[in-house]
Design a protein around this ligand. Sequence first.
Ligand SMILES: [Cu+2]
Length: 595
Amino acid sequence: MASFSCSTWCSQMTLICIFLFMRLSSAGDPFKFLNFEVSYIDASPLGVSQQVIAINGKFPGPTLNVTTNDNVVVNVRNKLDEELLLHWSGVQQKKTSWQDGLPGTNCPIPPKWNWTYQFQVKDQIGSFFYFPSLNFQRASGGFGGITINNRDEIPIPFNFPDGDITIMIGDWYTRNHTSLRSTLLAGKDLGKPDGVLINGKGPYRYNDTIVPDGIDYETITVHPGKTYRIRVSNVGISTSLNFRIQNHNLLLAEAEGSYTVQQNYTSLDIHVGQSYSFLVTMDQNASSDYYIVASARFVNQSQWQRVTGVGILTYTNSKGKAHGPLPAPPQDEFDKTYSMNQARSIRWNVTASGARPNPQGSFRYGSINVTEIYVIQNKPPTTVDGKRRTTLNGVSFVNPKTPIRLADQYKLKGVYKLDFPTAPLTGPPKMETSVINGTFRGFMEVIFQNNDTKVHTYHMSGYAFFVVGMDYGVWSNNSRGTYNKWDGIARTTTQVFPGAWTAILVSLDNVGIWNLRTENLDSWYLGQETYIKVVNPEPTNKTELPIPDNALFCGQLNKLQKPQDISYATSIKGNASKFSYMLLLLVSTIFAVFQ
Ligand SMILES: [Cu+2]
């Protein structure tokens, strides 16, 4: 039994107070309480010792496992020596852009401080991941899965799986994020990654010359004949990965919060920031284990051999180790349409029940009139004001010292400009805090035009958008004739192939300040992002919750910040935390009843 020293008691009382003063967004829906302690640990995923970012001592962090409409309360303790924000990528933060965990919405959590996120996963299902959004930290870890389950009474469009497995894949460097950051700030390219990790672990030694001895690899144990839901996210820096499991079919079932038309793939390209669910039936004879592979895509395979993640799928009745060569990646070196056709083949299951996007209450995005159009073009890095920077439409985004959402709240002038260009600027590129002026309840069409030489993925916070078209060449008005107006997938992160465009439609029904960025971490870090501002002209708490009482202040609002007592910076664990949760639950119930 933990002893209740004053410091523990005080911290519990503080938690309770914070909690009491939080607005209960929806008192009827269940609450899930979590503690996330973010710290460095030593790990050697590729055989080289390095500092990685762990959550509660784990790398990757624990999966946030919640259910549609849950109220999620995550008390984050920053034990790094740097500022921290966690972004719950894919969580739409309906009415709560205050909780989005990005520099445009939140002041960073200083070292040793804690900050409690509270948000509701309203009307959402699916597979996503969270990650630290500041200062290139994702390159050192700090990520973990997000699983939003259907509520019990809502059927899923397939038999309930016998198991649920989360797999994080991503390219990896043996240098940590501070070193990678310096490389970028020095105007250099990061170069080829040192490997690909699967759930924070290096490759199985499938080949003695390529993989050194003594590397810890991921093993996933399964029962023969059973069907598992395998959720895979690419949490890496900038490498598109091809995912495959030797001798096993991947039946695609979900993409970032939307059930898909179920189709079989032998492998699927998963670009940075994307998540999918596959149904995998363990229908092989277990004569040996099987390889799980995530290999770099669109690169010279002989030079990038080491940039391959290899894990092991082992049946409980397995008769031996996996051996021989890895299952081959797609042989499409001279066929640039293969991957794009695969992307186009991913369709929305328009008849599945459960939470799903419902633009303007119609479910028929194809018949809604577009109110604003943005053609957004990226180019390879270029020099802006003497620095190597990336741009969107010729603007390299500069994050303001005061978050945009807070600047609006306190009516500060001059923090940003609402002048993001609707098409690429023709003049020289510039550094600006230039934001998109979105229309509340408008229907926006965005065409991403990728003029770089590698795949870029784009993510939008606050929404799921419909991916309605993609093709090589330059987008024109005529391209609309090729749009899928019926079952384009609604998701949060889409790929844009080099020399190609991708078109999305999004219903701006969520008030707030929403990040629109490339997920390629190096390009994002150098300015390839903006925000969309969506304001309800009518002042009401119904479309956006008030500023949370625990909001942190920084920049021009620095003076509003009260100091935080960090003397009780010890973690709350074990029985003590259970006790405090019970108390919190009790207090919140009473509070809800008497509200
Ligand atoms: Cu996001």
